[in-house]
Design a protein around this ligand. Structure first.
Ligand SMILES: NC(=O)c1ccc[n+]([C@@H]2O[C@H](COP(=O)([O-])OP(=O)(O)OC[C@H]3O[C@@H](n4cnc5c(N)ncnc54)[C@H](OP(=O)(O)O)[C@@H]3O)[C@@H](O)[C@H]2O)c1
Length: 333
């Protein structure tokens, strides 16, 4: 009997935080690969804030996940059967395999992993999409340069922790914003940030003024909302605000916009959205640099790995919105 492929499908479009009823668990036989295809046994799923947006209908940078479809997800795994000349049984690969145990692929968008450089899961974090996002958002969109004061929100997470570390490598002064004393300690003691602000405490604006008396040259925003408004009041002249994400707004039916946007005028600053997928043709250049820093021990990888099965996906996704993760949130299945 062929093995069974257990899957998680989108059953309904959520309003607010996703609920158990928004998901459906299904199973089907694992198909044999057709000509030019291979099958991957997925070992780890990437749990991403963007997943919440993919569940919504409406215009975005990517089509929504259809009701009834397997939930979109990045993942890593090993090839178990192949009719593809470029992929052999046993290869470690990463790709958009979906929330399921087995995925069939024609190889498009699938990368083979160099497991001699790093553990496979590192390719979901520092050496994967979050690392690439941090790299291009900070250096290309944010144009961070030596001597800049860089502020990163969501700083203890997958993207934020890499962004702050790259900013340090580039000679910036780096202030991270994260939730809770433990994450703030991690920022300064492990990731090497110069300072950290716990946004759960009052007086974020005042603390930022004390820590960045000359103002903020680059604000790398992962969270939006009130924190964005606070940082806008502290921009240095010519500052670059990078809108990488806005996790505080992903479960809101009415998105809160930046009330303090006129501070862009005062500071002659820019605010720019970025999407990592736009840089696909430059991934090799960034990967080479990220891998070099990683190999040299200048870039530290942190992961929060939840061990379970695909059925644990709905609950694991919620951990992002509770701030339960440090570094990259991964579900090992
Ligand atoms: N533009 C792109 O191409 C691109 C690509 C990848 C990711 N992103 C975005 O980058 C951001 C970070 O993604 P990630 O994968 O690295 O996730 P992550 O930072 O590892 O995890 C999410 C973190 O967000 C924080 N958070 C949750 N709710 C919050 C709230 N209401 N206010 C403030 N902080 C909150 C939590 O940390 P605390 O404990 O500190 O609250 C949580 O740990 C997301 O906005 C994501 O959508 C963008």
């Amino acid at each position: 009997m062929p093995p069974t492929n257990r899957q998680v499908r989108l059953a309904a479009r959520p309003s607010g935080l996703p609920r158990p009823a928004d998901w459906e668990f299904t199973s089907e036989p694992v198909p044999a690969p057709g000509p030019g295809e291979f099958v991957v046994a997925v070992s780890h799923l990437s749990i991403d804030p963007a997943m919440r947006g993919w569940m919504n209908a409406g215009r975005s940078y990517i089509a929504p996940v259809e009701i009834g479809a397997v939930m979109r997800a990045g993942g890593i795994g090993r090839v178990t059967a192949s009719e593809h000349p470029g992929f052999a049984v046993g290869d470690y690969v990463s790709g958009m395999f979906g929330v399921q145990e087995y995925a069939t692929s024609d190889g498009r968008g699938v990368l083979k992993l160099d497991t001699s450089l790093a553990e496979p899961t590192t390719y979901l974090g520092v050496l994967g999409m979050p690392g690439l996002t941090a790299y291009f958002a900070l250096l290309d969109t944010g144009k961070a340069k030596e001597g800049d004061t860089v502020v990163v929100s969501g700083a203890a997470g997958a993207v934020g922790s890499v962004a702050g570390q790259i900013a340090k490598i580039k000679g910036c002064r780096v202030i991270g914003i994260a939730g809770g004393p433990e994450k703030c300690r991690l920022l300064t003691e492990v990731f090497g940030f110069d300072a950290a602000i716990d946004y759960r405490l009052p007086h974020l604006r005042r603390t930022l003024r004390e820590l960045a008396p000359q103002g903020v040259d680059v604000y790398f925003d992962n969270v939006g909302g009130e924190i964005l408004d606070d940082v806008l009041t502290r921009l240095a002249r010519g500052a670059r605000v990078v809108i990488c994400g806005a996790i505080s707004q992903y479960n809101e039916s009415e998105v809160r916009g930046p009330a303090n946007y006129t501070m862009l005028l005062v500071a002659r600053a820019s605010m720019t959205g970025m999407l990592v997928f736009d840089y696909a043709d430059r991934y090799p250049e960034a990967m080479a640099e990220l891998a070099g820093w990683y190999r040299a021990g200048r870039l530290i990888s942190r992961e929060t790995v939840v061990t379970g099965s695909v059925e644990d996906f709905p609950e694991t996704l919620l951990k992002l919105f509770e701030g339960a993760n440090t570094g990259k949130l991964i579900l090992a299945i």
